[in-house]
Design a binder for this molecule. Structure first.
Ligand code: C2O
Ligand code: CU
Length: 455
């Protein structure tokens, strides 16, 4: 990670919010566009963007609202849009090849779904995601609580993104799809932006409660953050509100695709660094606190969503063993029912497996009956961390390495360190075909992806 260019700061303006058209649709188009990722001294990067914006425009709806998005693909390759973290109608999940055919260049697709839970979600491309998301195809999807809990100007969306830039400060593209990245930690970058801006100043008001909605849209970078260092407490994870504002001692990880909602009320004017804590604290933005000009509102926490509680007394226990990758010692894996040795696997660009199977087999990993409680025991037999996402459901993370967690938080993406065992539980109550994959997108593309069915 390079140090950000000192003195080259830009104020963060609020993420552009998309307005509905007269017929009640959000118009969203994937297009080619450009942005200066390195700041004003860097070159223009060629990106793929939603509505020519970086990040994509923010879509804001009310809890329970019907969301209709008229999506047009103006790229030269097929794409689709996934609404990450929404317990969505399966047909609208946006997974090219599983829930819909990819939208061809020039074609349109209407997404039409209900957003049942309030919270911080996001949307991103879901066809060849490893090649599309890291070019800019991502945006925030915010589902508002029934009653607004924060002033709009104190409710701040921050999309964190790790880019791989070349020596001109523009997006490095030659290494897209590099097998070396796929087999190791994924496409790690060397430059962080927030809402597309390098080293931004984030304006806060003294003595006011703020809600920060953090979204990690990176393809592979796990961000170690320390909210207490700037006086913030945790109020939500992956869209789901906690029942209290939690103090975080030390650091907390925000893995690719994960979200974290924070609250803070700065007590002094001035500057507070926003740091990444991997190694030495590394500042990638600053909070600039100024005098307030309006009245303070009391802190009202968003109420938790009502999610189906897993019944551990009658759960269906299933393993999810992650294997493969560089230094993983894997000798063979199954591909469409056929055993392949390491050499064959690598020649097909497959490096990873769940339960010994690489990539999407014809058969689901499991078929649940609607209402079943699933207890997945994941074991990471690889040399790398992973961030595993389940589509269409939220789950509780209940145990790590045999220890029950004090906070069995609801999540849609869980992290797993090398050699770690993680237990998650959820009620399979959403009918359809749902992906389970690593959200390090190169890992997903090279085998770490499967699916399950709920009928
Ligand atoms: Cu955020 Cu399958 O994706
Ligand atoms: Cu992974």
């Amino acid at each position: 990670m390079k140090a950000s260019a000192a003195g080259c700061v830009a104020a963060l303006s609020p993420v552009f919010a998309l307005a509905k058209t007269e017929d009640g649709f959000f118009d969203l188009a994937a297009v080619k566009g450009q942005a200066r990722l390195y700041g004003k001294d860097g070159g223009l990067s060629n990106l793929w963007l939603y509505n020519d914006r970086l990040p994509g425009p923010q879509i804001r709806v009310k809890r329970g609202e019907r969301v209709r998005v008229r999506f047009t693909n103006n790229l030269e390759e097929p794409t689709s849009v996934h609404w990450h973290g929404i317990r969505i109608d399966n047909a609208m999940d946006g997974v090219a090849g599983l829930t819909q055919p990819a939208v061809a260049p020039g074609d349109s697709f209407d997404y039409d779904f209900v957003a049942p839970d309030a919270g911080t979600y996001w949307y991103h491309a879901h066809n060849m995601s490893w090649n599309q998301v890291p070019r800019g195809l991502a945006g925030a999807l915010i589902v508002e609580d029934d009653e607004p809990t924060f002033d709009p100007d104190c409710d701040i969306t921050l999309i964190l993104n790790d880019w791989r830039l070349d020596e001109n400060g523009t997006l490095e593209t030659a290494s897209f799809g590099a097998m070396h990245d796929f087999a190791h930690a994924g496409r790690l970058g060397n430059w962080l932006t927030i809402n597309g801006i390098s080293m931004p100043d984030i304006a806060l008001k003294k003595d006011r409660w703020h809600r920060l909605r953090l979204i990690n849209a990176s393809t592979a970078r796990i961000l170690d953050l320390a909210p207490a260092r700037f006086g913030a407490r945790l109020i939500g994870l992956d869209g789901q509100a906690l029942d209290t504002a939690r103090e975080i001692e030390g650091t907390v990880q925000l893995a690719p695709a994960q979200r974290m909602d924070l609250v803070l009320r700065p007590e002094e004017t001035g500057k507070l660094p926003f740091e990444m804590m991997t190694g030495k604290p590394f500042t990638f933005a600053n909070f600039i606190v100024s005098e307030t000009d309006s009245e303070d509102l009391a802190l009202v926490l968003p109420p938790p969503n009502q999610l189906p509680e897993p019944d551990l007394s009658s759960s269906w226990e299933l393993p999810l063993v992650m294997a493969g990758g560089a230094m993983g010692g894997m000798r063979s894996m199954m591909r469409n029912g056929v055993e392949m040795d390491m050499h064959q696997m690598m020649s097909e660009g497959l490096f990873w497996a769940f339960n010994g199977v690489a990539g999407m087999d014809g058969d689901p990993m499991f078929s649940a009956t609607r209402g079943d409680t699933i207890l997945l025991e994941s074991r990471n037999d690889t040399a790398f961390p992973h961030a595993v996402h389940l589509h269409g459901h939220h789950f509780r993370v209940i145990e790590r390495d045999g220890t029950q967690l004090e906070h069995p938080d609801w999540r849609d993406t869980f992290t797993s360190q090398p050699r770690e065992t993680v237990k998650i539980a959820f009620v399979a109550d959403n009918p359809g075909k749902w992906l389970i994959h690593c959200h390090m997108l190169g890992h997903a593309a090279s085998g770490m992806m499967t699916w399950f069915e709920v009928a």
